[in-house]
Design a protein around this ligand. Structure first.
Ligand code: SF4
Ligand code: SF4
Length: 401
């Protein structure tokens, strides 16, 4: 009861402008990292007294376990937020109210900074902030590289049909020597970034890692649980109306990507373990997995792009639109060029189609650790922390989860 009184008093102070006046908060596009964190701190203290949104997602029950919000808490909560927008539309203190509570926007601003703050190597964090440009440059460089290589190796971009034999255009060992190091460095950079984030937000919690917490996290990640709005009906996008489309398109994108990855992995096994070299029949496992995954990876990103264009302007951080759209476009192009290559693999344009597809895939690899690709890993780490945390006694002793 005493804790609730403290929270109510803090909310009253915030309302009266004695702590951080709501009206004085800078527009999000002009906030520094510290100002973005101060804004989340201000909002969380108001929410902690209100608690109307407790059932919406994991952010609010995690919030009730805290009375103060340090930097690590704010980074954790920001990555726990799925930016569904539900709490903004439910909030009686949202703008134009003088409290100006906008949880998804404040969280989005901090979340983007966590990606760059924890990036490895540290100096590369700035690439996140110019992600649209980074993606465009990587795309142009990747495609140009493979077009030039095709010209050099084939003496021209068009050739007599070679029955889908990719390796007659780009030898297998050449491709492996180009893609393997880039892929491994991208995985390493992403892994170090997420490990740094985990160390910051979860000191000492690995020892209490339980199978139940891991299983729950895995289930929440695979189901995208928190894009259901907390009631199963979905979350708002353009207006107050709930829709499950964002969750559906995310699923198509995620599982489409995983199937394409599985297709490449199976083809690698065929090549190295069984000595079966590409091209593979249309009914073979790598081609079936790649085709089904590719269709998912076309529909999912196209849908996400459409929703992104219609998204309510108050839901997120406008400065992140280039990062979101650059990543969506890259996924879409990866699939489109892959399916075009499959369709044209018996033609004389196969070399050209292959060069463009490989250029796009190279751009995806190059931007993987410094683009939106990482958001799923940071969210998963935050969900794992929540699954661990909720199994411990509530240190504050008020609220529920
Ligand atoms: S977002 Fe608004 S309604 Fe929801 S808990 Fe915070 S202050 Fe209350
Ligand atoms: S935007 Fe959605 S996920 Fe984020 S805090 Fe609000 S309800 Fe939770």
């Amino acid at each position: 009861m005493q804790q609730l009184e403290i929270l109510a008093r803090e909310a009253a102070e915030l309302a009266e402008g004695r702590v951080v006046p709501a009206g004085s908060a800078l527009p999000v596009e002009r906030q520094s990292g510290a100002e973005s964190e101060a804004e989340v701190d201000r909002i969380m203290k108001i929410c902690n007294a209100c608690r109307y949104c407790e059932g919406f997602c994991a952010v609010f029950p995690a919030m009730t376990r805290r009375l103060e919000f340090g930097k690590a808490d704010i980074h954790y909560l920001a990555n726990l937020c799925h930016n569904c927008g539900a709490c903004l539309h439910a909030c009686q203190y949202a703008p134009p109210h003088e409290f100006a509570v906008n949880v998804p926007q404040a969280m989005a601003k901090v979340r983007a900074r966590t990606y760059s703050d924890y990036a490895w190597p540290s100096g590369f964090g700035a690439l996140y902030r110019n992600n649209g440009l980074t993606v465009a440059l990587a795309l142009a460089a990747g495609i140009a590289l493979f077009l030039v290589l095709a010209l050099v190796m084939q003496g021209g971009l068009f050739h007599a049909p070679v029955a889908g034999d990719f390796y007659s255009v780009f030898p297998h060992n050449l491709l492996v020597s180009m893609f393997a190091p880039v892929f491994l460095i991208a995985v390493l950079a992403l892994g170090i970034g997420v490990a740094r984030f985990w160390r910051e937000v979860s000191p000492g919690t690995v020892d209490v890692l339980s199978g139940a917490a891991v299983a729950e996290t895995t289930q929440d990640v695979l189901r995208l649980k928190y894009l259901d709005g907390g009631h199963g009906g979905g979350c708002p996008n353009a207006d107050d109306a709930n829709t499950l489309l964002r969750r559906r398109f995310h699923h198509l994108t995620f599982y489409g990507f995983m199937l394409c990855f599985a297709a490449t992995s199976v083809a690698t096994l065929y090549h190295y373990v069984f000595g079966w070299e590409a091209p593979y029949d249309l009914s073979s496992l790598p081609v079936v997995l790649g085709t089904v995954g590719g269709i998912g990876l076309l529909i999912g990103p196209a849908g996400l792009f459409w929703l992104n264009l219609k998204r309510h302007p108050e839901h997120g951080d406008a400065a992140q639109k280039p990062m979101d759209r650059g990543f969506i476009a890259l996924l879409f192009l990866t699939s489109l060029t892959g399916l075009a290559l499959l369709a044209g693999r018996d033609s004389g344009a196969m070399g050209l189609l292959l060069a463009i597809h490989l250029g796009v895939v190279m751009a995806l690899f190059l931007t993987m650790p410094y683009g939106k690709f990482g958001h799923g890993f940071y969210r998963s780490a935050a969900l794992l922390k929540w699954a661990i945390e909720k199994r411990r006694p509530n240190p504050v002793g008020v609220g529920s989860e």
